[in-house]
Ligand binder design. Structure first.
Ligand code: AMP
Ligand code: FES
Ligand code: ZN
Ligand code: ZN
Length: 286
């Protein structure tokens, strides 16, 4: 197949169309740009790099869209996996001319290995540190590499487990709230699937970490993701429609969530003391 836009050989395919390298890059960055434009994103963006394909693709695309970026990486101290991830983040920053900012979980006295459920602790500490890093570095936004496949899978997983409180993060833009030291969260890959992100990394030769996290509890979500992708094959556009529905539902839930500022660190919390401070053992005697 030749590219839909020129006579070059197609190297990537999406929704039945073939693309050459140049036109696939245009297509991919156009989808990222549509999120940026829709929410009028202007100013410094802290880009959360994990070393995985999605966050590298995100950073690369935002760089070529000439956004103002501060890339950062959270070292979770996971043997073998963390150093390999950091190396991938370092490499892309070096290639694009940035200095990677690093945060060490160990500096907060937290070791994932010591926890019974490292994966859920990991999710909490990452969310907290991302927001805190962006806030302390004067960024109005923090961008993550969640893509369309992740968003739909995550929402369905929560629905399947009757976990309505976790039914959040289903939209491309979550406004910040200065009174809670909370920066806006953006998911510029909202309109792009796993496969499209994979194509973007491979045609741009981005070296992402292939190793998997040893604590990962991905098994149930992987099954859902496989099922979602199979459905998408049969009904192209289904994932996007689902994501848009989840986005609307989440907006309707907003009013029900009451936020506070953590009485220890001052960052957002549902209770008096935030989960991060509890994990870091700061809540003893408080
Ligand atoms: P995950 O929570 O592993 O599914 O990752 C979702 C997104 O969170 C990634 O695309 C990154 O943007 C961000 N992220 C995950 N792990 C890290 C990390 N160690 N440091 C910085 N950002 C991360
Ligand atoms: Fe968080 Fe594996 S990356 S537990
Ligand atoms: Zn072309
Ligand atoms: Zn706190």
């Amino acid at each position: 197949m030749t590219c839909h836009y020129c006579n070059e050989e197609a190297v990537a395919y999406s929704y039945g169309k073939g693309y050459c390298r140049e036109h696939f890059n245009m297509y991919f960055r156009g989808k990222v740009r549509s999120v940026i434009d829709k929410f009028q994103i202007k100013g410094k963006i802290a880009v959360a790099l994990s070393g995985g394909k999605d966050s590298l693709a995100l950073f690369h695309a935002l760089h070529f869209l000439k956004m103002d970026l501060i890339p950062f990486y959270i070292n979770l101290g996971i043997p073998s996996y963390s150093p390999a991830s950091e190396k991938a983040c370092e490499k892309i920053c070096h290639d694009l001319g940035y200095t990677l900012q690093k945060i060490d979980l160990a500096d907060y006295g937290i070791s994932l290995e010591e926890h019974e459920k490292p994966c859920s602790v990991c999710g909490t500490v990452k969310r907290y540190l991302m927001n805190r890093f962006a806030h302390e570095n004067g960024c109005k936004y923090v961008a993550t590499g969640h893509n369309l496949s992740d968003i739909v899978t995550f929402a369905l997983h929560n629905l399947a487990n009757a976990n309505i409180m976790n039914f959040r993060g289903n939209r491309p833009f979550l406004p910040g709230r200065e009174e809670y030291n909370m920066v806006a969260k953006i998911k510029p890959l909202f309109y792009l699937t796993d496969k499209e992100c994979m194509n973007y990394t491979s045609i741009n030769n981005l070296e992402y970490v292939k190793e998997k996290c040893p604590f990962s509890r991905e098994a149930p979500t992987l099954k859902i993701k496989k099922w979602v992708h199979a459905m998408e094959e049969e009904m192209p556009g289904m994932m996007l429609n689902m994501a848009k529905s989840f986005w609307r539902l989440e907006e309707k839930m907003d009013d029900e969530i009451k936020l506070n500022r953590c009485s220890i660190c001052g960052y957002p919390s549902y209770g008096r003391i935030c989960k991060f401070c509890r994990i870091a053992g700061r809540s003893k005697g408080k």
